[in-house]
Write a protein that binds this ligand. Structure first.
Ligand code: ADP
Ligand code: SR1
Ligand code: MG
Length: 420
C-alpha cells in the first residue's frame, strides 16, 4: 500500500519514490510506469531542493521548500509557505503568459512541494549561458513579452480595485520572503552585517564607502519604501538571470517564490540589472581566443531591446484594454488620445526610473551582500574579479543616485559603455 504523506517531511531521492506512488496525478504523468525511474537532486539555487524525475514514459521536476535558507543552513529559518506563493504565481503568470512559464502539475501545501514541467536540456540557466558567452536571439522579445503580460494583467490598469485587493490580500502572506529581500537588498549592503562579503582586500574601501554615502542612503530608503508600500502588480520578485532557463528557441521563467504585489520596476530592474552585471563580468571571462567584445555588444543590444520592446508591448496592452474594467485610468476621465498619451508617458517614465533604481540596488547587493553571482564568482583571479566588480559598482551607484536624469535606455547603454 502506498505510504501516506499527511505531515510535512523533507524528501530525498529515495523517499520521493514513495511520495510519487502516493499521488495518482504524478503516477499518470509517468504513465504509471515507475520502473527504472531516475531521480536526481539538482538544486543549485539559494533556497530549496529540486529533484529531476525522469521515467521511460514521462518526466517532471519536484521542488520542495524546507524550513530554512539552503545556502546558509538552519541558522537562517524561513517559512516553507513560500512554496504556496511560488505555485500560485507560477499558475497566475503561466495563465497570462503560457509560452514562458513551466506548467504546474501538482501542488502539495502540507509537503511544501511543487511538481512542474521539466525544462529538458538543452535548457540551461541563463546566467550560465551569459558566463559561457552564448547569444540568445529571442531573449529580449520573450522577456519583454513575459514582463509586459504578467505586469500589465495583474495591475490596476487592467483590473478593478476589488480584484486587485483580493490579489494583494492573498500575496501579503508572503511576508517572510519580502522581509528577506528588504534585509539583503535594501539594508545589509549599507551597514555592517555578518552576512556581507566582497572580494577582499581589493573592495574593502568600496564596501566601506557604501556605508558612508549619504546621497545613496537617501535614495535606497526611497526604493525600500516603494518596495514595501507600492502594490502595483503581482511581480515575480526575484527575476534575475538564474530565474530564467533558455535554449536558442525557448525562454522560461522559473522560481517565483518571492512573488507579491509590489512595484513593477523591481522585476524589470532585476532582469536588466543582472544583464548589466553580466556585461561587466565579460572582461574577466575574456581570453586570447575571445576578447568578448562582440558578446558585450550583444548584451547591450539585449538591454536596450528588452526595455524598448517591454515599453511598446505594455502600452499596446493598455491601448487594447483602455475601455475595459481597469480602475486606474477611467475612460470617462482619460477620454481623449492626447490625455491617454500623456498619462502613458508619465507612467512609463516613472517605471523607467524605478527600474533603474531597483536594477542598481540589485547590482550592489550582488557585489557586497550575502548572495553573489556566478558571473563574477567564476573569475578565479581575485584582482581581475575585483576590477570588474568595482566598475559594476560605480555604474550602479551612478544609476541609483542619478536615475531621474536618464531619459531613455540608449542613455543608460552609453553610461554602461563609458563605465567599462
Ligand atoms: P531556488 O528556489 O533554490 O533558487 P530554483 O527554482 O532556482 O531554486 O531551482 C534550482 C535549480 O533547479 C535551477 O537552477 C535549475 O537548474 C533547476 N530547475 C528548477 N526548476 C526547473 C525546471 N522546471 N526544469 C529543469 N530544471 C529546473
Ligand atoms: C540569503 S539571500 C538569497 C537570495 O537568493 C534568492 O535568489 C534571492 O535573490 C535571495 O535574495
Ligand atoms: Mg533560484
Amino acid at each position: 500500500m502506498a505510504k501516506a504523506f499527511s505531515e510535512f517531511q523533507p524528501l530525498d531521492e529515495t523517499s520521493l519514490i514513495d511520495y510519487i506512488k502516493s499521488v495518482p496525478s504524478l503516477c499518470s504523468k509517468l504513465h504509471n510506469n515507475l520502473n527504472g525511474l531516475e531521480i536526481k537532486e539538482v538544486g543549485d539555487g539559494n533556497l530549496n531542493f529540486v529533484f529531476i524525475v525522469v521515467g521511460s514514459s514521462g518526466s517532471f521536476v519536484i521542488k520542495q521548500a524546507l524550513t530554512y535558507v539552503r545556502s546558509i543552513g538552519e541558522a537562517w529559518p524561513m517559512s516553507k509557505d513560500r512554496a504556496y506563493f511560488e505555485a500560485a504565481a507560477l499558475k497566475k503568470h503561466g495563465h497570462l503568459c503560457p509560452g514562458h512559464v513551466p506548467e504546474v502539475y501538482h501542488f502539495d501545501h502540507t509537503m511544501s512541494l511543487i511538481a512542474m514541467r521539466y525544462l529538458k536540456p538543452p535548457h540551461i540557466i541563463l546566467r550560465k549561458g551569459l558566463v559561457a558567452g552564448i547569444e540568445y536571439p529571442l531573449l529580449a522579445d520573450d522577456m519583454s513579452d513575459y514582463m509586459s503580460k504578467t505586469l500589465f494583467y495583474t495591475s490596476l490598469i487592467y483590473n478593478s480595485t476589488t480584484e486587485h485587493k483580493q490579489g494583494v490580500a492573498e500575496f501579503c502572506g508572503n511576508v517572510e520572503m519580502c522581509r528577506l529581500t528588504e534585509q539583503v537588498i535594501f539594508s545589509d549592503p549599507y551597514k555592517v552585517s555578518e552576512y556581507n562579503r566582497w572580494t577582499s582586500p581589493y573592495l574593502d574601501s568600496d564596501a566601506a564607502a557604501l556605508r558612508e554615502d549619504e546621497a545613496l542612503k537617501i535614495e535606497v530608503a526611497e526604493l525600500k519604501s516603494l518596495f514595501c508600500e507600492r502594490a502595483q502588480a503581482l511581480i515575480h520578485g526575484d527575476l534575475h538571470t538564474s530565474s530564467v532557463m533558455v535554449t536558442q528557441e525557448s525562454t522560461q521563467v522559473i522560481d517565483s517564490e518571492f512573488s507579491f504585489y509590489g512595484p513593477m520596476g523591481f522585476d524589470v530592474g532585476a532582469f536588466l540589472g543582472n544583464l548589466i552585471l553580466a556585461f561587466f563580468a565579460q572582461d574577466g571571462h575574456a581570453d586570447e581566443e575571445n576578447d568578448r567584445e562582440a558578446y558585450k555588444a550583444w548584451i547591450l543590444r539585449t538591454i536596450e531591446n528588452t526595455w524598448n520592446l517591454f515599453q511598446n508591448k505594455f502600452i499596446a496592452l493598455w491601448d487594447q484594454h483602455k475601455d475595459g474594467s481597469g480602475e486606474a485610468y477611467l475612460p470617462a476621465i482619460y477620454n481623449s488620445s492626447e490625455i491617454q498619451q500623456l498619462v502613458q508617458k508619465k507612467f512609463m517614465q516613472d517605471l523607467f526610473h524605478d527600474t533603474l533604481g531597483f536594477g542598481a540596488a540589485k547590482m550592489i547587493r550582488r557585489i557586497v551582500g550575502v548572495a553573489h553571482v556566478e558571473d563574477f564568482e567564476a573569475i578565479s583571479d581575485a584582482s581581475k574579479r575585483a576590477g570588474c566588480e568595482r566598475r559594476a559598482l560605480q555604474l550602479a551607484k551612478l544609476l541609483l543616485k542619478e536615475r531621474r536624469k536618464f531619459q531613455n535606455i540608449a542613455q543608460v547603454v552609453s553610461a554602461i559603455k563609458q563605465g567599462k
